[in-house]
Design a protein around this ligand. Structure first.
Ligand SMILES: [Zn+2]
Length: 424
């Protein structure tokens, strides 16, 4: 009996340890600062710029257009890169859409659980004025759902950013001046997510979220199944620091969050005192603390101002305000390409679909000879793939190719034919 109880306690302790929020942004930040010496200087310049704008300004409701908008939210176009090693990690569109909905609630204080914000903190709780939408135009100008799916050979990603590069089993970032990049995949060691450093390299810009902590429903797992990991990490992407300033009673550079000694975990209640912060205590329901999804529910006005400062003219994310990927008309999609024989007779090959994501089908027609070789070249003329056409219809796996225009050359030794296709 005693042993059973002891065993149960052990199991429960183990579960509690596993179920703690694990954001690696601070550790990642140190790593990037070490790797890229210029980032610290750039981050300091952005900090000085933020300070120069001051706090407690609401650019939106004041209508003074310091950020270029006089009314309405700041629009953030989003691309979600889903990296999956097995089919269960290939999360549904519905799960992605659920996450976008949560971001829109949390960043405009439309979340249903604002009623849980402690009365003493309600005066500083704020709508941050951001609206998130999946991109409608991709980097090449074609229509997109804003969701990119890639199979990967990597079973679990670390904070080394491999998830952000096709050459390392991930998927390349889309232009950070036009999109917020969100990568979703399996992360090692219980990591829930991390964000890039404001002022860091553009190819690494965006947030990474574990597929078990993204959106609601589907693969999301309690206690991180209410989409708050993305809310938290995008807070970092918008220049917020953890409420304890990542050090003992540290400074988060926001004046209306009380100092606190360290992170709060799980789901605290009542007043939790630290760092002489009586009578308010820790603001453990802040999205930038480490509590469970269902126990966090607010950003403050000071945090809003810090985030919005990035969108003032000259700010780090000001170019995003000019992104047209939510509004522009997409280019007409290329359709299946048909190549005529040199004599102008019957087509010799048909290629589809176009654009293609993971595979293209090459169909030989007419008198084209089986055994013909096929070569794929990228836009700078580098050969990236070869294959032999051993049957009339051949499927080529192109999932390892990066996005862009490719040229497929079919040659039977006497004559060659070239067709162009788009890899999405
Ligand atoms: Zn964090």
């Amino acid at each position: 009996m005693k042993r059973t109880v002891l065993f149960q306690i052990l199991v429960l302790t183990q579960l509690a340890v596993c179920a703690q929020r694990d954001c690696r942004t601070a550790e990642y930040r140190t790593q990037i600062m070490d790797k890229y010496p210029g980032v610290a200087q750039r981050a300091a310049a952005i900090e000085a710029f933020t300070k120069s704008l001051g706090q407690a300004r609401n650019y939106i409701t004041n209508g003074t257009s310091a950020v270029g908008v006089s009314s309405g939210p700041i629009m953030i176009p989003v691309v979600v890169h889903v990296l999956y090693n097995n089919s269960s990690q290939n999360i549904s569109d519905a799960q992605v859409h659920a996450q976008i909905d949560i971001l829109n609630q949390d960043y405009q204080r439309l979340n249903a659980d604002t009623v849980k914000t402690a009365p003493e903190f309600r005066p500083v709780a704020a709508s941050c004025g951001f609206r998130f939408e999946l991109a409608r135009i991709d980097t090449l100008g074609y229509a997109t759902t804003g969701i990119v799916r890639r199979h990967t050979g990597i079973s679990a990603f670390d904070i080394n950013d491999h998830i952000k590069f096709s050459s390392m089993g991930g998927d390349d970032a889309w232009d950070r001046d036009r999109y917020l990049n969100i990568w979703v995949g399996n992360l090692t060691g219980g990591i829930l997510g991390y964000s890039s450093v404001v002022g860091g390299p553009s190819a690494n810009d965006g947030v990474v979220i574990a597929y078990t902590a993204f959106g609601t429903g589907g693969t999301s797992q309690a206690p991180f199944n209410k989409g708050r990991t993305a809310t938290h990490e995008i807070g970092h992407w918008l220049n917020l620091i953890h409420t304890w300033g990542d050090s003992d009673c540290g400074d988060d550079l926001v004046s209306d969050t009380p100092p606190q000694q360290t992170s709060d975990r799980g789901c605290p209640s009542g007043v939790v005192l630290s760092c002489n912060n009586a009578p308010l205590g820790n603001m453990y329901a802040n999205f930038m603390d480490f509590t469970n999804d269902e126990c966090m529910n607010l950003f403050t006005a000071g945090q809003r101002d810090r985030m919005q400062a990035l969108f003032a003219p000259g700010g780090e994310r000001y170019p995003l305000l000019s992104s047209n990927v939510l509004t522009a008309t997409p280019l007409a999609s290329p359709t299946s390409a048909t190549v005529q024989s040199d004599t102008g007779g019957d087509p010799v090959l048909v290629l589809y679909p176009n654009p293609a994501t993971s595979q293209v089908t090459v169909r030989l027609t007419g008198s084209t000879v089986l055994g013909t070789s096929v070569e794929i070249y990228n836009q700078v003329g580098l050969k990236v793939m070869t294959a032999s056409l051993t049957q009339e219809t051949t499927d080529l796996n192109i999932s390892s190719l990066t996005r862009g225009i490719y040229f497929l050359k079919v040659s039977d030794g006497k004559s060659g034919h070239v067709s162009r296709f788009l890899k999405m």
